[in-house]
Design a protein around this ligand. Structure first.
Ligand code: PMP
Ligand code: GLN
Length: 385
């Protein structure tokens, strides 16, 4: 977001997808699958259309979907948002995030977010008149792995003006899945400092190597202060349907709905029927979904390493963060702007996910593509770099 009177900034995804089109490049930038979701959910949406479900749904979403969301949360996490008062369907997770931020943040408030952070967070906080305070994911002293949460750094960022903690796990773009001890540190801090939490869990079903996704709201003391955000786009490979949701205690969800009614009011009636059907999928669907992505994650990690990238193996999401320093670049943006012409491949520079937007050597490849597309992308990188 820019200031009043200035031209709005184009998102990195729009910019990079336009470059992919112009150069006929393999688009490993913007995160959307090439394949459509399961045929039976597409049929459910088409049936809803044919049966005349083509007018406004209720503001909070059709009851079938709200009940399906509650059942899903109970089945996977033992959480039970009230389908009448504790769930609202939104136009993608993006609207849920924006509505929650506009609902809770007043001018002058501070919102703490993990950095790198998904680009819409800063835009929404700015629209609310608040200030985004980034807390870098890094490797705390003595800890293992990269892009971990340092609880001391998080605690040090809280001031008297902090209103909200904005958490994202599994994390875009790093692929970090917050471990239970990291989540417990967030919960302890939120409780101690009496903070609201908005947690973006759109990649909840994309965790690899037998890891567990733990919703923050499931930790002791967290339910009453947490709004949890989900999206059908990722889990069911229908990003264009833009069906997301916010769940939580009735008091907080009422405030999200108050704002949402002035954003879209409601959207996507037939898609809501499709997603109600999708959420009833058996555990086997989710197992196959993870297995399919884990195979592609392994292919990309091994392929990129063989070409010479420094690769950070993601624990979750369908993104892999690499460093392009081995190719002599300190600036991932410069690398990504050259890549389509040089190799016929598009990636996204991680610096787009930082407040300062400074040059950084990390770039993100999305692997939500069929194996032959990923292999073609790797071949082009191997030959062109
Ligand atoms: N949060 C994160 C972390 C995302 O990566 C995305 C999009 N991929 C969104 C929110 C937005 O989700 P939606 O497309 O459902 O609006
Ligand atoms: N969330 C997707 C990504 O991270 C992009 C969504 C968008 O284009 N706004 O790549």
């Amino acid at each position: 977001m820019n200031g009043p009177g200035r031209r709005p900034q184009t998102t990195i995804f729009t910019l990079m997808s336009a470059l992919a089109q112009r150069h006929g490049a393999v688009n490993l930038g913007q995160g959307f699958p090439d394949e459509s979701g399961p045929a039976h959910i597409i049929e459910a949406a088409a049936t809803a259309m044919r049966e005349g479900h083509n007018q406004y749904p209720p503001l909070a979403g059709i009851p079938e979907l709200r009940h399906a969301i509650t059942t899903h949360q109970r089945h996977w996490y033992g959480l039970a948002p009230d389908p009448d008062d504790g769930v609202t369907v939104t136009a993608g997770a993006t609207e849920a995030l924006t509505a929650a931020i506009l609902a809770f943040v007043d001018p002058g408030d501070e919102v703490i977010a993990l950095e790198p952070s998904y680009d819409s967070y800063k835009a929404a906080v700015t629209m609310a008149g608040g200030t985004l305070v980034p807390v870098r994911l890094d490797t705390p002293e003595g800890a293992e792995g990269h892009w971990r949460l340092d609880p001391a750094r998080l605690a040090a960022a809280v001031t008297d003006r902090t209103k909200l903690l904005l958490v994202n796990s599994p994390h875009n773009p790093t692929g970090t899945v917050l471990h239970r001890d990291e989540l417990e540190a967030i919960a302890a801090l939120a409780t101690r400092r009496d903070l609201l939490v908005v947690t973006d869990e759109v990649y909840e079903h994309l965790v690899f190597d037998g890891r567990e996704h733990v919703p923050l709201a499931s930790l002791p003391g967290m339910w009453d202060r947490t709004v949890t955000i989900g999206s059908a786009g990722k889990t069911f490979s229908v990003t264009g349907w833009k069906i997301g949701w916010a769940t939580g205690p009735a008091g907080l969800i009422a405030r999200v709905k108050d704002v949402k009614q002035w954003l879209s009011f409601a959207s996507g009636t037939p898609f809501q029927y499709g997603i109600a059907e999708a959420l009833a999928s058996g555990d086997g669907y989710y197992r196959d979904y993870i297995a399919g992505y884990q195979e592609r994650r392994d292919l990309m990690v091994a392929g990129l390493e063989a070409i010479g990238f420094e690769v950070h193996e993601p624990e979750g999401t369908y993104f892999v963060t690499t460093s392009v320093a081995p190719f002599g670049y300190g600036d991932g943006m410069a690398f990504c702007l050259e890549l389509p012409e040089r190799c016929g491949v598009v990636a996204v520079p991680n610096q787009a996910f930082y407040l300062d937007q400074e040059a950084r050597p990390e770039v993100r490849f999305a692997f939500c593509k069929p194996v032959d597309v990923l292999e073609e992308g790797l071949k082009r990188l191997r030959e062109g770099l």
